[in-house]
Design a protein around this ligand. Structure first.
Ligand SMILES: Cc1cc2nc3c(=O)[nH]c(=O)nc-3n(C[C@H](O)[C@H](O)[C@H](O)COP(=O)(O)OP(=O)(O)OC[C@H]3O[C@@H](n4cnc5c(N)ncnc54)[C@H](O)[C@@H]3O)c2cc1C
Length: 392
């Protein structure tokens, strides 16, 4: 591991231990994004992970930067998720944005002074982004006008810019999709009421409405025809980032269970002396090790032809393992596991949320299923041996 990566991972761990964990319950009670905390994340170098150093970023490869979320996930999975989306948008803006966009936004984004998020989902289309209604049209002067509605926009009302995927015609398919960065103060941009999500209420989520929003062509991040492919690449990075964050969540659940169990007296010994408890926690430990290997392999494959499939494997397996881990660890504490100070109920709800966001477990299965069909086409046909039944 390079010195640079070790320093960033330590900074992320310190951020989880010193900034997130002591405050996350208060953030949830206040129902407000902790801007001072994300400012500190910026100062610690956690908001420009993949952006080039010339723009103030860390210049880490995806395979390394993604490990940051494992550390942040020790604190809170929703916070880790929001920073991962900011980092992906910053990566896109610094990599694919116009020179004018980079000049105006790059350093503010990499420093975390300004926050970004990604808006793809719409009220009628989550898993099926082709069913998108948001439309952008190019005006005579080169500006673009955008109308439509997005749903489940994270950092809604808090981000300074929204990387928004739109269609540019009524033609079916994705060939006309583009990604446009809409500044929060663009006239015509507004938000619905914040969703009520008790276990991560500090993360503002809402619908986003675009009523003839006009943006400069300098804000086109991915031009017509590259919007969906670029979004899918962003989502693959997000899927692996979520798997990384889930590993932190699993470690946090396991450590809580161990700290309690080694101290809880029963049957003349300690809870952790019981074989049954060791087996339960042993399964969590194995799932955690497998999850780490899987997300790291998926992170290394991003940008290669295997990237989408490996991201699907990681997103299918790891959040499920995290749900099981959080529930198992709750069970190990008995009734105490349900009480607020231990945080296990919050971890269970977060793990379930991470099964849904950025492509559900079922959508990952669809991606894996298609890859299996492709592989099957390269294999010989296996038919029933003579005398064992009808033809297939
Ligand atoms: C906390 C949170 C934050 C989010 N932040 C953002 C954000 O910042 N930006 C953004 O654009 N989006 C965001 N999302 C949206 C998220 O990506 C979608 O919720 C997700 O893609 C699923 O879409 P949906 O909720 O519309 O479910 P639907 O697409 O309506 O799916 C409903 C159910 O059908 C299942 N299903 C769908 N297709 C199939 C299939 N082919 N086979 C079997 N089952 C299927 C799904 O798995 C699911 O169980 C966020 C979501 C959450 C929960």
């Amino acid at each position: 591991m390079s010195d640079k990566l070790a320093t960033i991972l330590q900074a992320a761990r310190n951020h989880a231990e010193q900034v997130i964990l002591p405050n996350v319950d208060a953030w949830n009670a206040a129902k407000k994004w902790p801007r001072q905390a994300s400012d500190k994340a910026g100062a610690a170098g956690l908001t420009g992970l993949y952006a080039p150093e010339e723009f103030g970023g860390q210049g880490l490869p995806l395979s390394e930067g993604i490990q940051v979320y494992e550390q942040l996930g020790l604190g809170d999975g929703a916070y880790a998720f929001a920073l991962s989306m900011h980092n992906i948008c910053t990566f896109a803006g610094c990599g694919y944005g116009t020179d004018a966009f980079k000049e105006k936004w790059a350093r503010d984004l990499t420093s975390g002074r300004k926050l970004a998020n990604f808006a793809l989902t719409e009220p009628q289309s989550g898993s099926d982004p082709m069913n998108m209604y948001s439309r952008a049209t190019i005006n005579g002067d080169g500006t673009w006008s955008i109308r439509g509605a997005k749903a489940w926009v994270s950092l809604a009302t808090e981000a300074d810019i929204y990387f928004t995927v739109v269609k540019t015609s009524d033609a079916p398919g994705h060939n006309d999709m583009a990604m446009i960065a809409i500044p929060a103060d663009a006239p015509g941009l507004s938000f619905g009421p914040l969703y009520d999500t008790p276990s991560y209420n500090f993360l503002p989520l809402a619908e986003m409405y675009m009523d003839e929003v006009v943006v400069d062509e300098a804000n086109i991040i991915l031009p017509i025809g590259r919007g969906l492919q670029g979004s899918l690449m962003a989502i693959d990075i997000a899927r692996v980032s979520i798997a990384s964050g889930c590993c932190g969540l699993m470690q946090a659940a396991l450590d809580t269970a161990l700290s309690y169990s080694k101290n809880r007296k029963m049957f003349g010994g300690k809870n952790l002396d019981l074989d049954g408890i060791q087996w339960m926690l042993g399964e969590v430990a194995t799932d955690l090790e497998a999850s780490k290997l899987l997300y790291q392999k998926a992170a290394e494959s991003l940008g290669t032809p295997e990237g989408p499939l490996m991201a699907a494997h990681a997103k299918r397996f790891v959040p499920d393992a995290a749900v099981k881990a959080a529930n198992t660890c709750t069970q190990v504490l008995g009734g105490m596991g349900l009480l607020q100070p231990y945080g296990l109920d919050r971890l269970s709800r977060l793990a379930q949320m991470l099964r849904i966001v950025d492509g559900t477990t079922e959508i990952s299965r669809v991606v894996i299923g298609r890859a299996l069909q492709q592989r099957s086409s390269t294999l010989p046909n296996l038919s029933v041996p003579k005398g064992y039944g009808e033809t297939w």
